[in-house]
Ligand binder design. Structure first.
Ligand SMILES: NC(=O)C1=CN([C@@H]2O[C@H](COP(=O)(O)OP(=O)(O)OC[C@H]3O[C@@H](n4cnc5c(N)ncnc54)[C@H](OP(=O)(O)O)[C@@H]3O)[C@@H](O)[C@H]2O)C=CC1
Ligand SMILES: CC(=O)N[C@@H](CCC(=O)OP(=O)(O)O)C(=O)O
Length: 345
């Protein structure tokens, strides 16, 4: 199956190349570059020269549709909303790594992303690609809105407890930390070495574009309108996301019972690993893998649950979950091509 990638020189794109290269049923098709079309891919990424040495292409929906079987869009927000309609019309399925098709509300998208939203007909057609929660909808979709990195770690951590009546749904606080590759390959004042090294920054307080996405998913899954406090931080590492989540409990319950509840909920979910009591995951323990590891603790003094959820932002947070979704769309085992164990240390 030939997979095209749009956003060729970006981090999401080269992570897709790495994963597609080891997938038994996928091969790298066209790679589209907005800034480097005509250049050779290996000229930009010499370390990938034995995997892919074709020239980077310009975007043309019909050509892409003729020469490939599926398209991944790894472009900044505001781009795929223009490209996907052309691609769907040309008859090819799309998986979008950006936020353009995740929010059902056009107004919400415009408020939080500051871009013109995608047309409503495509927002209605898009399926939110949280693999473990919506596998059946993903299977039959032509347009997957791949979840954001922070929302992936956050919603996987929160959905099981919100499916019970144990959580005070007005008390949810998420303290999220990300490595710098989460900001993409482009240089920016906030993400270059001297700003990041030996520093720790909170950013977009109360204003992160993932707030509406997380609230949309949690409200859907709990059946109640949920609002959150969500604070993101940039930490001096390349890959990794840790979401430390706090929820007040309405009843007394032990850590062990909560862990049993989560193990039961995710018993069929190969990539979600619930740690035993007293064992809290770190980001390096999922580095380079498609796992989301969860650590859980009930503080009986305060009757508050703490959930620690870690992922690799470029794998389960982006390219890995996109491949997981292609596996589901094709009826393949969801683990196909994603068996990398974490690269520790
Ligand atoms: N980094 C991460 O951890 C995650 C990222 N995402 C999302 O995935 C998408 C890709 O992210 P990432 O790979 O990190 O970003 P990058 O900035 O690394 O790559 C995006 C690429 O898109 C292309 N591009 C940039 N501007 C335009 C434009 N105006 N029109 C067409 N193409 C353009 C560029 O490649 P070229 O010029 O070669 O086309 C650029 O390298 C983003 O929407 C991001 O928010 C989602 C989850 C996690
Ligand atoms: C560290 C860092 O800057 N991370 C980015 C995440 C980008 C992203 O993945 O946003 P979408 O999924 O909405 O495209 C941010 O916080 O904006």
């Amino acid at each position: 199956m030939r997979a095209a990638i749009i956003g060729g020189t970006g981090y999401g794109s080269i992570e897709l190349v790495r994963l597609i290269n080891k997938h038994p049923f996928l091969e790298i098709g066209s790679v589209v570059s907005n800034s480097q079309s005509g250049s050779s891919f290996s000229g930009i990424y010499p370390h990938l020269s034995e995997i892919i040495d074709q020239p980077l292409e310009k975007f043309d929906a019909d050509t892409l549709s003729e020469n490939n079987d599926i398209v991944f869009l790894a472009t900044p927000s505001g781009v795929s909303s223009k490209l996907v309609p052309q691609l769907l019309k040309s008859g090819i399925k799309c998986i979008d790594l950006s936020g353009d098709f995740r929010l059902r509300s056009m107004e919400e998208y415009e408020t939080w992303y500051k871009h013109k939203p995608a047309d409503e007909e495509y927002l209605k057609q898009a399926i939110y690609g949280l693999s473990e929660i919506y596998p059946d909808q993903i299977k039959s979709s032509n347009l997957i809105a791949n979840p954001g990195c922070y929302p992936t770690a956050t919603t996987i951590g929160l959905i099981p407890i919100l499916k019970t009546n144990l959580a005070d749904e007005k008390s949810i606080i998420i303290d999220a930390k990300s490595g710098v590759s989460g900001a993409g390959r482009g240089l920016s004042l906030t993400a270059h070495y001297s700003e990041i090294n030996e520093n720790l920054k909170a950013y977009k307080l109360g204003a992160h574009q993932h707030i509406p996405e997380i609230e949309q998913v949690l409200s859907d899954e709990s059946g109640n309108p949920i609002t959150i406090t969500f604070t993101t931080h940039l930490v001096p590492m390349t890959r990794g996301i840790m979401c430390t989540i706090y929820v007040n409990l309405k009843e007394e319950i032990s850590t062990k019972k909560i862990i049993d509840l989560y193990k039961q909920f995710y018993q069929e979910s190969h990539f979600i690993r619930v740690r035993p009591e007293g064992n809290i995951p770190s980001t390096k323990e999922v580095l380079g893998s498609n796992y989301c590891d969860l650590g859980l603790h009930v503080d009986e003094r305060t009757n508050r649950l703490t959930i620690v959820s870690v992922i690799d932002n470029l794998v389960k947070g982006a390219a890995g979950q996109a491949i997981q979704n292609v596996n589901l769309m094709n009826g393949w085992d969801e683990r196909t091509g994603l068996t990398d164990i974490p690269m520790y240390p």
